[in-house]
Design a protein around this ligand. Structure first.
Ligand SMILES: [Mg+2]
Length: 263
């Protein structure tokens, strides 16, 4: 009797799980795939190593040059230095969008792993006398949890003065300008194009972002160090014209924009 009950329970669970996964929106199915790539693919790891190896190369070149102001490296945090794929995956498999409340519950735990190669690079920069500034669009009420998470890995400059959180604007330009008052920024590290240049601020559409990237082409791998984030970022906002869309509407946009062999 007990066995039969257990069997029914397991079957029910499997059916629910199956129903849940088959009902995922296209973006959430994609985010599930993107998260498993981030967590499991050695290719993802290799791409991050590539980014931070280039960063080290650029830093070493800069250190040989004359400079009047002290050097700084500016970095974004999420998906550039800290890995939030467990949060993204949890939302995606439940067919749910990003939500600030659950996001903050996640960041308050201060348990994010690091992006491959990132911690070693920032520690190396500090060892060579370069100051690290963390410019992130996490909110002020995430400050303590964020510092705690960074300190977990012994990262340099993990104090209030070097952690520049979002205040009124999500644009990072004024915070970069604040750093420039005292330091020369030799590198910017990010996973989102707005981590690098104000040209990506104010919700530019996809064509505009592509044209700006073409214009700034030589900066990538030079002053701008970008790591991959196929899960989310402004590219996702631009895809949907920054609208608040239902899952069905998102699915429809993706179907209309996706190039397929039959077209
Ligand atoms: Mg980021």
């Amino acid at each position: 009797m007990k066995k039969a009950f257990l069997l029914i329970l397991i079957s029910g669970f499997c059916l629910c799980t199956f129903a849940q996964t088959t009902n995922l929106s296209i973006p959430n199915g994609g985010k599930t795939w993107a998260s498993i790539y981030q967590q499991r693919a050695a290719e993802y790891k290799a791409l991050c190593f590539q980014a931070y190896n280039i960063a080290k190369l650029r830093l070493d070149i800069a250190l040989k040059q004359h400079h009047t102001k002290p050097y700084a490296v500016v970095t974004d945090i999420d998906e550039t230095l800290l890995d939030n794929s467990p949060y993204d995956a949890q939302r995606a498999v439940s067919n749910l969008d990003y939500d600030p409340k659950t996001w903050k519950e996640w960041t308050a735990k201060s348990i994010c792993d690091t992006v491959p190669g990132a911690a070693a690079f920032f520690k190396y920069a500090a060892k060579r006398g370069v100051t690290v500034f963390y410019i992130t669009n996490r909110d002020e009420d995430e400050r303590a949890g964020t510092l705690k998470n960074l300190q977990l890995y012994g990262l340099p400059n993990t104090d209030n003065a070097h952690l520049l959180l979002k205040q009124k604007s999500s644009s990072k330009e004024s915070r970069r300008a604040a750093v420039l008052k005292t330091h020369q920024i030799i590198l910017l590290c990010g996973d989102n194009l707005a981590d690098f240049d104000a040209l990506y601020d104010n919700h530019p559409d996809e064509d505009n972002r592509t044209a700006t990237t073409q214009k700034l082409m030589k900066q990538f791998g030079s002053r701008y160090i970008i790591v991959p984030n196929p899960s989310y970022d402004d590219w996702e906002g631009a895809l949907f014209n920054y609208g608040k869309l239902s899952n069905a509407q998102k699915d429809s946009v993706i179907k209309s924009k996706l190039k397929t062999a039959s077209q």
